[in-house]
Design a protein around this ligand. Structure first.
Ligand SMILES: [Zn+2]
Length: 227
């Protein structure tokens, strides 16, 4: 992350900035940037309004006048809030006072602390749908994993070549060629992809059967299938 910190590109939507911090993504260059502060004419500001001037400094209007604010400080605060949320059980009536290691893990996976998750899972057991619930989770994970594998195989299929140009340390280009016949290799990859697709189809069928049993219950823990 040696990229230079270009504050003047940073003003507009704070959410984008937070996203950038969290994902390490590049800030979208074509985002609209308003340099209202750069105008020579006097601009009437509302209390609470924020803007960035042509020197890249950010301000907030208070009743008594403008006060410089730090965009970075805001990003940190919002990032912290986001991280706090990852450690907060989403149940409205959560009674857990101290969030432990197990709770944190479960919150990141399910949204609920151990206690709240147990209460919700007990209900599923009482309803006699535990098996369907487990099946639903397992097949959903299988499908997600299978799709991931397929996209990797597809990438490999598209990238496969008989010879590769490899740039050496001294800048010279060397041709490396694969021992195996590339068409043979591609055919194998394709056969694997077909097999995975078949398995995903099967997993989807089983997942949907489980979903049919669960859907009328509206469990917090069971989200509808994505596709
Ligand atoms: Zn809880």
């Amino acid at each position: 992350m040696a990229r230079e910190f270009q504050k003047k590109f940073m003003h507009p939507t704070r959410k984008k900035l937070v996203d950038m911090v969290l994902t390490g993504g590049e800030y979208e260059k074509n985002t609209q940037i308003s340099f209202a502060g750069a105008d020579k004419e006097k601009i009437k500001r509302q209390v609470g309004e924020r803007w960035t001037d042509d020197k890249g400094r950010s301000w907030e209007q208070h009743a008594a006048g403008k006060i410089e604010v730090s965009e970075l400080g805001d990003i940190m605060a919002e990032t912290r809030a986001y991280l706090d949320k990852l450690n907060t059980c989403k149940s409205d009536n959560c009674k857990t006072i101290k969030i432990g290691r197990v709770d944190k893990k479960l919150i990141s996976k399910t949204g609920y602390c151990l206690h709240c998750l147990t209460i919700r899972e007990s209900q599923i057991k009482v309803d006699g749908l535990w098996e369907a619930y487990e099946d639903y989770k397992i097949y959903s994970n299988m499908i997600a994993y299978g799709k991931d594998v397929i996209s990797q195989f597809t990438q490999a299929y598209n990238d496969a070549k008989q010879t590769y140009e490899v740039v050496q340390e001294d800048g010279k280009i060397e041709n490396w060629s694969m021992e195996r016949d590339v068409n043979e290799l591609k055919a194998e990859i394709l056969a694997d992809i077909t097999r995975f697709e078949e398995e995903i189809k099967q997993a989807k069928k089983l997942r949907d059967e489980a979903w049919d049993k669960l859907k009328d219950k509206d469990y917090d823990l069971v989200k509808p299938p994505v596709d």
